[in-house]
Write a protein that binds this ligand. Structure first.
Ligand code: BGC
Length: 251
């Protein structure tokens, strides 16, 4: 069993990577960051990833990288909040060729969901757990008895005639200068829809804003147990490393 992995989190402003202790679900050493190139085309991001990995010259083994879009067998299937050049890109092949390492990409929310289920807020929880990330968009991960069902994309459900993430993501709160009370009303509508569709056993709320969960979580009025994510900004890197280690073991 591999005990150390390597994960990379591809975000809007930074691309961050670290060794991950797969037994503990935490970084094993320091995290390195390079700025996200603008525009963040696949080729430019691949170059930045090579630069990041240059900081770890002795590294071996598979690398996991998060992508904020649908990922179907290593190919990106949507690009709602990223450069349109990602649509249809075989990112596994692109990154593997650019870096010389076996790379497996994974949807960013799925990475967070895997990490929370294995090591964090949903550790040891049976049944259906829905992990949501509230950021620029709304990311989602469905985890049933610890197994991930990838690419659920629940941020794009229709809510009140609109794309849910445009109405209820953290970016909507910022853009429209909503108070936490106002935002929580929208989140209540959103999470009630998830309840009606999936009858989850637990909902985990992640994304950068989850560190301020005490400001809004109690204002969301749903029947399902709801808890903040615990891995915070480590979830992407840890989940990506786990995804890649498990994908490599399967091949
Ligand atoms: C994308 C998802 C992603 C989420 C969070 C959405 O717009 O469609 O794939 O997980 O944003 O980044």
């Amino acid at each position: 069993m591999v005990t150390t992995g390597f994960g990379i989190d591809f975000g809007g402003s930074g691309i961050k990577g670290a060794y991950v202790d797969l037994a503990a679900g935490d970084f094993d050493g320091e995290r390195v960051r390079v700025p996200t190139p603008q525009p963040a085309t696949p080729a430019a991001v691949a170059e930045a990833v090579v630069e990041l990995l240059d900081g770890f010259p002795d590294r071996t083994g598979p690398v996991g990288i998060t992508v904020p879009g649908i990922v179907h067998h290593g190919v990106v299937g949507s690009a709602a909040n990223i450069d349109p050049g990602w649509l249809g890109a075989d990112a596994d092949a692109l990154f593997t060729e650019a870096t010389g390492h076996e790379v497996h990409i994974v949807n960013d929310a799925d990475a967070a969901g895997l990490a929370e289920a294995r090591y964090g807020a949903a550790k040891g929880r049976d049944g259906l757990v829905i992990v949501t990330t509230l950021g620029t968009g709304i990311g989602s991960a469905l985890v049933y008895d610890g197994a991930l069902v990838p690419n659920s994309e629940l941020g794009h459900l229709e809510l009140d005639g609109r794309n849910a993430e445009q109405y209820a993501a953290n970016s909507a709160r910022e853009r429209e200068e909503l108070s936490y009370e106002e935002w929580a009303k929208r989140l209540t509508a959103y999470y009630r829809m998830l309840e009606a569709l999936f009858s989850p056993d637990l909902i985990v709320v992640g994304g950068g804003i989850s560190k301020k969960a005490d400001r809004f979580l109690h204002l969301i009025d749903v029947g399902t147990e709801m808890v903040p994510a615990t891995l915070r900004n480590r979830a992407g890197i840890v989940g990506a490393a786990l995804w890649a280690a498990e994908a490599a073991a399967r091949h």
